[in-house]
Write a protein that binds this ligand. Structure first.
Ligand code: PLP
Length: 379
C-alpha cells in the first residue's frame, strides 16, 4: 500500500529533543524556540515570528490582535480548512465566503470587492497547495478599504509571490507544522507579525495576557496581567523537533520538487488528453511542492478514480468540503452560490506526496491513474 502521507524524520529530531531536555528548560521560549525564531527571521526576513502550538492557534491570535468581534465581517475562501473560519467565528464575527478561481482553488480576487461592506474588517487569503494568491490585488483592496490581511500560509512554507516570501506580505500570517505539511513537528505553528503595531501585543497574548516576555528580556522589572491572552506557545521539545526539520529545509524542498516533477511528467499526457486538470501555478507564484492534486471532470469520475487507486494499493484523498455549505455554517451563509468552491469539493483529489516516495512509486501511481482513464469510454 502506498499511503497518502508519511512523516519524514531528518535524523536529528530525537537528538535535539534530548538536548532540550538536558538544558532543563523545556517549557516555552527555550533555546530551541529561539533558534527556530532566528531561522525564520534570517531566512525570510520576517519582522517578528512567534512559534505557536498550531496554525489554528496562530490564526486565533491574529483574530485577537486585529480586535475582530461581533458585528464584524471577515472575507475568506469557502474552500479552506475549518480553522481559517473558526478563529474569527470564535470572536463573534460573520464570515463572508468568497469563491475560488476557475484555474486554481485560491480565492478569486476579481470577486472580492462587491463582498466588502462597511462592516468588513479583514481578508484572509489561503495559499492553497502553497501557491500564492494574487497578493497585489488583495493588498490594494485592503489599502482602499482599510482592511487587515491575514495570510493563512499553513501550506506555504518556502513559497513566494513575486520573489516575496508568503507569510511576509499581509499584516499577519500563520504557518502550520502539522505532520501533513512540508516541515513538521507533529503539531505546531507560527505567527508572523509584519505590522509593527502588533509586535508587543502578540507576545503578551501568547503569554496568557502577561508581559512575561518583556520581563525575561529585562525590559520591565516585574510582570503581570496586562491584557487578554491565552497559552499559545509550544514546549521547547516541539521546537527542538522543528529545528531539526528546519536545518533540512533546503534538502526537503529539493526532494519534494523532484517528486512533483516526476508526477508532472506522468500526468501531463492525461491533462493534455482532457481527462483531468493539473494544478495551475500563476506566473507570480512559485510551487513549494506541498501537494500533488488533480481536478477530475465530475464527482462520479473522482469517486471512480479514488476507488481504482485503492484497488491498486494507492491511497488518494479528496480535500475540503465547501464551508459555506457545511452543517455548521450553511444557515449563516448569505446564500450566494459558490460554484468553483463546490467544484473543487466535488472533483479535486490529492495523490500521495511525501519525502520518501521513490520514482518507481510515483510511476506506479501515475500509471494507475492512466489505467483508470483507459477504462473509460472515449468522449
Ligand atoms: C493545516 C492547515 C491549517 C491548520 O493547521 P494546524 O497546524 O493543524 O492548526 C489551517 N489552514 C490550512 C489552509 C491548512 O492547510
Amino acid at each position: 500500500m502506498i499511503g497518502f502521507n508519511k512523516p519524514y524524520l531528518t535524523g536529528n529530531e530525537t537528538l535535539y529533543i534530548q538536548q532540550a531536555v538536558g538544558l532543563e528548560k523545556i517549557s516555552g521560549d527555550g533555546e530551541f524556540t529561539r533558534r527556530c525564531h532566528r531561522f525564520f527571521e534570517a531566512q525570510y526576513g520576517f519582522r517578528k515570528v512567534l512559534l505557536t502550538t498550531s496554525c489554528t492557534d496562530a490564526l486565533e491570535m491574529a483574530a485577537l490582535l486585529t480586535g475582530i468581534g461581533p458585528g464584524d465581517e471577515v472575507i475568506m475562501p469557502s474552500y479552506t480548512f475549518v480553522s481559517t473560519a473558526n478563529a474569527f467565528v470564535l470572536r463573534g464575527a460573520r464570515i463572508v465566503f468568497a469563491d475560488s478561481g476557475a484555474d486554481n482553488p485560491n480565492l478569486d480576487v476579481a470577486t472580492l470587492e462587491p463582498l466588502i461592506t462597511p462592516r468588513t474588517r479583514a481578508i484572509v487569503p489561503v495559499h492553497y497547495a502553497g501557491v500564492a494568491c494574487d497578493m497585489d490585488g488583495i493588498m490594494a483592496l485592503a489599502r482602499k478599504y482599510d482592511l487587515f490581511v491575514i495570510e493563512d500560509a499553513a501550506q506555504a512554507i518556502d513559497s513566494f509571490y513575486r520573489s516575496r516570501p508568503l507569510g511576509g506580505i499581509g499584516h499577519l500570517a500563520a504557518f502550520s507544522f502539522h505532520e501533513t505539511k512540508n516541515i513538521m513537528a507533529g503539531e505546531g505553528g507560527l505567527l508572523v507579525v509584519n505590522d509593527e503595531r502588533f509586535v508587543q501585543r502578540a507576545e503578551i497574548i501568547r503569554e496568557k495576557g502577561t508581559n512575561r516576555s518583556a520581563f525575561f528580556r529585562g525590559e520591565v522589572d516585574k510582570y503581570g496581567w496586562v491584557d487578554v491572552g491565552s497559552s499559545f506557545l509550544p514546549s521547547d521539545i516541539i521546537a527542538a523537533f522543528l529545528y531539526a526539520q528546519l536545518e533540512n529545509l533546503t534538502n526537503i524542498q529539493a526532494r519534494r520538487r523532484q517528486i512533483w516533477e516526476w508526477y508532472g511528467a506522468g500526468l501531463a499526457p492525461l491533462a493534455a488528453a482532457g481527462f483531468l486538470r493539473l494544478p495551475h501555478v500563476p506566473a507570480f507564484a512559485t510551487n513549494n511542492a506541498h501537494m500533488v492534486y488533480v481536478v477530475c471532470r465530475h464527482a462520479g469520475e473522482r469517486e471512480g478514480l479514488i476507488n481504482h487507486l485503492k484497488a491498486n494499493g494507492i491511497q488518494a484523498v479528496f480535500h475540503y468540503l465547501s464551508l459555506h455549505a457545511s452543517p455548521y455554517y450553511r444557515d449563516k451563509h448569505d446564500g450566494r452560490p459558490l460554484p468553483q468552491s463546490d467544484h473543487y469539493s466535488d472533483c479535486l483529489v490529492r495523490l500521495p506526496m511525501y519525502y520518501e516516495l521513490t520514482q518507481d512509486q510515483v510511476e506506479t501511481i501515475t500509471a494507475a491513474v492512466a489505467g483508470y482513464y483507459a477504462t473509460l469510454r472515449p468522449r
